[in-house]
Design a binder for this molecule. Sequence first.
Ligand code: GLA
Length: 748
Amino acid sequence: MILCENNLFLLKNDNLSYMLRADHRGIVRHVHFGESVRMEDAEALACRPGLGWGSNVLLEDSDSGSSLSDIALEWSGSGRGDYRETPLEMDGRPTDFRYVSYEVVEGAASMASTLPQAHGDCETLILTLEQPGLRLKLYYSLFPTALTRRVVLENIGDESRTIHKIMSFCMDIPGNFEMTSFGGGWSAEMNKTVANVGYGRVVNESVTGASSSRNNPGFLLSEPDATENYGHVYGFNLVYSGNHYSAAQNCIQGLTRVMQGINPSNLHRELQPGEKFETPEAVLCCSDRGFGGLSRQMHTFVNDHIIPPYWRGRPRPVLYNSWEGCMFNFTQRRLLDLADRAKDLGCELFVLDDGWFGKRNDDFAGLGDYNINYKKLPDGISGLAKKIQAKGLQFGLWFEPESVNPDSDLYRAHPDWALTDEFPVLLGRHQLLLDLRKKEVRDYIVEQVGNVLDSGAISYVKWDMNRNSIALGAAAHEFVLGVYDVLDRIFRPRPGILLEGCSSGGNRFDLGMLCYSPQIWCSDDTDPIQRLTIQGNLSYLYPQSSFGAHVSAAPHAQTLRSTPLSTRGNVSFFGQLGYELDLKHLLPVEIKEIKAQTTFYKKYREVFQYGDFTRTKTGWQVSRGKTTIAGVFHTIVHAAPPYEQLRVPGLKKDQLYHVMSLPQSLRVGQFGSLLKHVAPVEVNPHGFLLGKIDNHYQMPDGNEDLVASGAALAGGILLKPLFRGTGYDTNQRTQTDFGSNVYVIEEM
Ligand code: GLA
């Protein structure tokens, strides 16, 4: 609900309250963001500067408490006494917006541009502020688990103005915080950085043209003593896939200014008289239940209000993807053979990745030409799709529509369609971006991709983008608007197609893309131990329903690490399970294990995909209805390990639960020459016999079948002990490095 009284505004629901006030000078002040409060709390919550601080510039000379630097604001200008970072810069001139009026509307108040926005039940408060020649509207949409903010700036004067910086929101919250942000690069996305927000500005930004894997746009502000389950944590994210900027900074008054929006770097956007500029929508969440509480709120918000409505809560298929197994090297025969094997393993969707069009036999040529390579695929895409469908599998296809190789018919016909600058062209992965600011380019993409999608039974699209932009500032923003236009025109009329975003892995994992693609390929790194970091840190901001997570071959292409197949499955379960390896070389024991994995995942897929996600000391946990599933992940094994506790928070204390592990097994050959201590006959650890045994038989390992109460599980039950160098026994878990277990905890 949104309450308004004497220019005091309270946006309030069961999860959060947000309060602001327009004061007698028309300055819009921030009052509160957090626990559910009442209108009567306004006075107690407001910051009262008293006689103010020395050396400040005052709005009124007779009022020493009237410096803009001393109060918590909802928006600020420059050059008018607030020396904290400004959310708006125009022509190097001061800005000073004052409150004029408000309006409350049902729903989210549609955007005028192609920017995506959160949808679903909400109410929106719109404040209008003005200064001579300019009008600024502040939008606040209240959703059950989050608040979104954005602004629209309008030139109501008669001179042209230039925007150099415009944030989606700005706010001052009392307290000291730490900023947690996530970054890295290709195949090493989402590393966590925690920085103390002091008087120096802490910035999280991207200037690559995309939201980028260097710095994901989402970030958290937490009280320094906040933990997974305790303390105040704020979460922020931007519904935007281009250059972003977020900053937090404390000041002597103990207020933390936080803002987020389009990156101002090189943003020189002309605003002609009568013209408006709207910013992307920012998402603001808060929790007093630590990082875990905050994450679950973000997850609910994304699942309910960001991903396309058709896919809300809809189960996602187990897929097979051809990339890591085949790369560009395939024929229809090979694909159909893989499809048979994938079907037999329990996959439901077969995805043909890169290499099916133009001269795309490597990454030097062909991007832009969506004519089918009939040499590889004699029956075309429609014929292949039909054949795959006849096997009982859905069919999906890879595209990279925003890019063009100079070695392509498209580039030869329209070199001016590529995004270049006045200097010699710069290639990235041998490709350029298409200039999606041009309508004819967007029309071409919509038509080409649309034609392929309508040519056969295509249920899924992987939409890739593999280079950074060279476009700067306003051009980069217009490129992103072009991407959204194209996505909207292709997929709005085809809502049933499951879209998976990708950009060299997780180079564009953001809420803007999630408005079109319910899932995104987290990383080209499919090593499960790396995925513990990547998926684990994504979980702070994004729901596991959005994680494309595949089992690949070990040793892994990205790390050369060998990991157990069980761990590859156990990590991928906490996302959208897929398989991405050459199935021809699977051993009989591996085939058996993968079949068990897909059966298990399908049985519990709604728990994995949409359950409440918790990061625990030993791994991850998901809960839905009467079922909780806990993953326990190990990295490096230590000698003589202590007992390990499985703690399962959030259960009903008095309820009894059945605790069962997903059965796991062990290669005999894992013991190598140690076998001589137990085998009745001498066994060559490198010999034919052991190899043969390992291909067909594995020993059961550490399987658990227990009953425990919710109270015992909350405190922690002791799992079967880990291997201690004293022999093999089914009453222990004989795990090597990178071992793991998954436990199903079912209400009895
Ligand atoms: C990118 C993607 C991969 C794969 C290749 C194909 O690297 O991240 O998953 O689709 O492109 O060229």
